[in-house]
Each structure stands twice: as structure tokens, then as C-alpha cells.
Design a protein around this ligand. Structure first.
Ligand SMILES: [Zn+2]
Ligand SMILES: [Zn+2]
Ligand SMILES: [Zn+2]
Ligand SMILES: [Zn+2]
Ligand SMILES: [Zn+2]
Length: 412
């Protein structure tokens, strides 16, 4: 797939401090630092075509495909840089006035409202991304190799798709800003921000993101595979069905008991063998994805944090919201149940934030509960509607709970 390969090469170019231009779709001009160009055995200015059509339209461009020596040079150079490269985003504005208004405008709280905190200030915080560069092998009965680069947010564990589609990340090899505090982790707080355990977890998440990124390639591979699997299965079934039919004919013809027993044994063997071979062939075509880590890059970027209060008539809680000065947007908070970014969030009656898919509504009051608090929501013994602890009426006779409407009907 051209996109994954192109992303991979652009990520490399960003990391080594090269310049990138895209004069046309599928066409990329790289200006590499002299030292890097020498190492790769190329001119500093290279024009690359990533699709066949582009290559045909631009014969002056190098058609970069898997197995091209330039690409192998890139992978080798990445490996030579060791696992953990450091890069910095310095070119961002560290002020964002009126952030409270922006948060209010960009996020939606269907059952609550946002309140400014007295003394809250807009504070720059260092945030981190980790870029994972992988060699990917897609294995069925054939093996297909891909390269994939995935940018992961170290605080949230989410792939930074929005940043990947940005023209280019302004990466530098020196930190040039004033010192500032780090932003805290936003998900999986038991894994400290700079711990090896967190990196292991993030790498697993990155692996899942690779599968998403390569989904079209994987789908095409699976379609080809499914076709061959069907043919193989049909061949096996025809062979064993013929053999079994033959044995059954002979069994019907013979009157000899010893011969009958021997034929029945053979028939059982043929049936077992048929199942075993079919399972084997299914396993052979089962897709496996092998990821080999080429290197990682730890990228820091300042963002601007502001604390604010989310409240409704039942509860209120304080949260930190983040402005991303590179993407010019307020980062959606994470649902505290599933950890997914949610630009539209509900305030749980116990003070959690949760997205639409992770909440329960009480059918009788206006309270909303998140799935972490599901023990606070029961059901009326008569009508079965969800009923929160504040709306439940416990029956003095049978001990069940009902809604207001069905008092006394639970034991009738
Ligand atoms: Zn959720
Ligand atoms: Zn209720
Ligand atoms: Zn909750
Ligand atoms: Zn009821
Ligand atoms: Zn009752």
C-alpha cells in the first residue's frame, strides 16, 4: 500500500531533519541533509514516486517500492540509530488566551456545563509522542512485507492520526524552549509516564494501530487467501468424499463380518483424516501479523493546559483540558470508562466523564451514570426499567425494588 510506505519514508525524513515537499499526489521531493544523503548513496535532493501511475507520469522520479535499495538503506540507517531517538517540537505558540471559551465551543457536555475555576491559569505542559517504526510481515500461505510508522500519544495511548496527516512535523534535535512541567498521564495511571511498562503497553497499542492502518492491504490479502482456501478445501473434500463413498460401496457388497469390521475401521479413519486435513489447511491460511520494531522516536511537544469545572445539579468535578497549538484544537477528553477520545461527554452522577456508549440513564430521574458506576443502577422489579439508587423504592414486604409507579405491585 502506497500510503503506509509514503508515511514511513516521510517520518524518516522528518526524523533526520530533511525537508519535504509534495508537488503532486503520490510524488514527494526530499531534501536530505548531506551526511544522510551520503550514507544512503543518493543525491541530497530526491524525487520519489509512490504509485505506478505517478511513476509513469514522472519518469524523472525514483519509483520507491519494497525491495528498492534506497528503502533498504533507510531501514538500515534507522536501525543504526538505536532504539530511542529524541526529537523536539519547538515551533509552537505557548500562549492561548481565551482558552476557556474555546473549550466551551469545541466540546459538548449534553448533561452538564463548564465553569471556569477561580485562579486557573493557562499553563504550558510538555507532552510526549512515541513514533514506532515497524517492519510488518503479513503471513498466510504467502508472506507480504510492509513498513509502517505509527505515532502514539504517550499520555493517552491513542494513535495520533490527526498529526500523521499534518503536512510535516517540525522536529528538531535540540530543546529550545523554557523548562516546563510535564503533562500527567491521561489513561492507565498505574503505568508511570516514563516507565518501561508504559512503553511496552504503548507498543502493543501501536501494533493494533498498525493493523488498522494496513486494513486495506490486509483485506486484499485475505480475499486472495480465502479464494485459495476454498479451492484447497473443495479438493480435499472431493478426495475424501470419493474415498469414503468407495468404502461404503464395498461395505454394502460384502457379507463377510471380518471384512465389514475392517472396512468400517478404514471409513472411520478416512472421516478423521478429512477433518484433520481441513483443520490443517484452515490453519495454513490463517492470517498472522508479525511486527519487528526498527526503532522508536520520543517526541516532545508543548501543549497548553487549563483546569475547569464540569457540573450539573447532581454533582461537579474538576478536569484538565488541553489545547494543542500544533493542530489548533482542544483535545477531546478521554471517556473514563473505555479511554477513547470523546468530544461529546456526559458527566456521571459520581463525577466521571463518559461517552455516549458508556453511560446508563435512569428512567425516572435525570441522572446519568457511567459504566464504572453500573452498581448504582438497578431495575424496577415490575416494569424492568433502569432505576438508579436515588429513585429506587425498596418494598417492605418482599424486599425487591420498584419505581414510584409500581410500589406494592412487586409481590402481587
Ligand atoms: Zn466510553
Ligand atoms: Zn434515578
Ligand atoms: Zn461513574
Ligand atoms: Zn416500574
Ligand atoms: Zn414487594
Amino acid at each position: 500500500m502506497a500510503d503506509s510506505l509514503q508515511d514511513f519514508v516521510l517520518a524518516y525524513c522528518e526524523e533526520v531533519g530533511g525537508l519535504i515537499e509534495r508537488p503532486a499526489y503520490g510524488l514527494v521531493d526530499l531534501l536530505l541533509p548531506d551526511e544522510i544523503a551520503r550514507r544512503l548513496g543518493t543525491e541530497p535532493l530526491v524525487r520519489l514516486a509512490f504509485t505506478e501511475e505517478t511513476a509513469a507520469a514522472h519518469p524523472e522520479a525514483t519509483h520507491l517500492t519494497y525491495g528498492h535499495p534506497l528503502l533498504e538503506g533507510v531501514v538500515e540507517d534507522m536501525q543504526g540509530r538505536g532504539l530511542a531517538l529524541r526529537r523536539y517540537v519547538n515551533q509552537v505558540r505557548l500562549e492561548r488566551s481565551g482558552l476557556f471559551r474555546l473549550i466551551k465551543g469545541e466540546l459538548a457536555f449534553p448533561n452538564a456545563w463548564l465553569q471556569p475555576l477561580e485562579n486557573a491559569v493557562e499553563a504550558p505542559r510538555t507532552c510526549y509522542y512515541v513514533r514506532f517504526n515497524f517492519k510488518v510481515a503479513l503471513i498466510t500461505d504467502e508472506k507480504q512485507e510492509e513498513l509502517a510508522s505509527i505515532l502514539m500519544n504517550l499520555h493517552t495511548g491513542q494513535p495520533a492520526w490527526e498529526l500523521e496527516h499534518q503536512e510535516i512535523l517540525p522536529l528538531e534535535s535540540e530543546y529550545r524552549l523554557r523548562p516546563m512541567h510535564e503533562a500527567p498521564v491521561a489513561w492507565r495511571p498505574e503505568l508511570p509516564l516514563h516507565s518501561p511498562e508504559r512503553l511496552v503497553w504503548l507498543q502493543e497499542e501501536a501494533g493494533r494501530a498498525v493493523a488498522r492502518k494496513l486494513a486495506p492491504t490486509i483485506e486484499a490479502l485475505q480475499q486472495r487467501t480465502a479464494r485459495r482456501l476454498e479451492l484447497d478445501q473443495a479438493r480435499l473434500e472431493a478426495f475424501y468424499d470419493d474415498t469414503a463413498a468407495d468404502l461404503e460401496r464395498r461395505l454394502a457388497r460384502t457379507g463377510d463380518e471380518a471384512r465389514q469390521a475392517s472396512l468400517k475401521e478404514k471409513l472411520a479413519f478416512v472421516h478423521a483424516e478429512r477433518e484433520r486435513k481441513l483443520a490443517d489447511v484452515a490453519a495454513k491460511y490463517q492470517l498472522r501479523i508479525n511486527l519487528e520494531l526498527i526503532n522508536t522516536v520520543l517526541i516532545s511537544q508543548p501543549k497548553i493546559a487549563l483546569q475547569a469545572r464540569v457540573e450539573n445539579r447532581y454533582t461537579s468535578a474538576q478536569f484538565t483540558f488541553v489545547w494543542d497549538p500544533l493542530l489548533y484544537r482542544v483535545e477531546p477528553p478521554l471517556c473514563q470508562v473505555c479511554g477513547q477520545p470523546a468530544p461529546r461527554v456526559y458527566l456521571c452522577a459520581n463525577g466521571h466523564l463518559a461517552d455516549e456508549g458508556c453511560i446508563l440513564h435512569c428512567a425516572f430521574c435525570k441522572r446519568v451514570f457511567c459504566a464504572l458506576c453500573k452498581d448504582d443502577v438497578g431495575a424496577c422489579a415490575v416494569c424492568g426499567k433502569p432505576l438508579c439508587v436515588h429513585s429506587q423504592i425498596r418494598c417492605q414486604v418482599c424486599g425487591q425494588v420498584t419505581c414510584q409507579e409500581h410500589i406494592g405491585q412487586c409481590h402481587a
